[in-house]
Design a protein around this ligand. Structure first.
Ligand SMILES: [Zn+2]
Length: 232
């Protein structure tokens, strides 16, 4: 293989490597920033916290209701038990009983509201949990696809890097230096092929002298775009 073919292949390998490295970068970013999953996790946590708070509020009211119910029974027993006969004491008990009954009624209203709120909060938490589960499921599948693509690309990358190491010694050192120098200045494509008498990169017809040098496999540059010119 003449160095013309070798350097042209080197350029192909370089471009493939660049393409693979870009894609690997995209994959890493995609695997790290799963915004949908992060949002679903946050919502699920918030709804769970709200549900726990609603359950606690309901329990507190149930406890207080129980306490008032016992106190009410005790007051009723004292009032109607017949053991207390003092009119003043009976009147006090009557007043307390009324107060407890009002408190009980208020608590029952509050408890009913709390139970409804708790039901809603628990349902919302369960829905958020289900959404999270679905997002995680979809994410796992997407992530698996990306991870297997990454493995494939890494294998290709290794193969191409090996090929590059084999190609480089077959190219005259000064040509390789030129290649590297031109790489940054030609958008990563420092080698152009001669297509008939035309540079396949810039589309400009080359001079007769240039054409002759290319035919003789000399180091030649396109008269227009200044790329290394090869004929394959
Ligand atoms: Zn050109």
């Amino acid at each position: 293989m003449s160095w013309y073919a070798t350097i042209f292949r080197l350029q192909e390998v370089d471009l493939e490597l660049l393409h693979i490295q870009r894609r690997l970068g995209e994959i890493e970013t995609a695997l790290k920033n799963d915004t949908e999953l992060v949002a679903a996790q946050r919502t699920s946590e918030e709804k769970s916290t709200a549900a726990a708070a609603a359950q606690k509020a309901q329990k507190d009211l149930e406890f207080e209701s129980g306490r008032v119910r016992i106190k009410l029974e005790q007051t009723e027993n004292a009032l109607y038990g017949g053991r207390i006969t003092n009119a003043r004491e009976l009147q006090d008990l009557q007043t307390e009983l009324k107060s407890l009954q009002r408190h009980k009624a208020t608590l029952e209203d509050q408890l009913l509201e709390a139970m409804l709120a708790c039901e809603d909060a628990v349902a919302a938490a369960a829905a958020a949990q289900e959404t999270l589960r679905q997002v995680q499921g979809a994410g796992d599948t997407a992530a698996q696809v990306l991870v297997s693509e990454r493995a494939q690309l890494n294998a290709q990358l290794q193969g191409l890097q090996g090929e590059m190491q084999r190609l480089k010694p077959q190219i005259p050192p000064e040509v390789l230096d030129t290649y590297l120098y031109l790489k940054d200045r030609t958008g990563g494509i420092p080698v152009a092929r001669l297509n008939g008498e035309v540079c396949d990169r810039c589309g400009v017809e080359v001079l007769r002298a240039t054409l002759r040098k290319v035919k003789q496999h000399e180091v030649t540059y396109c008269d227009s775009c200044r790329r290394l010119l090869v004929a394959l």
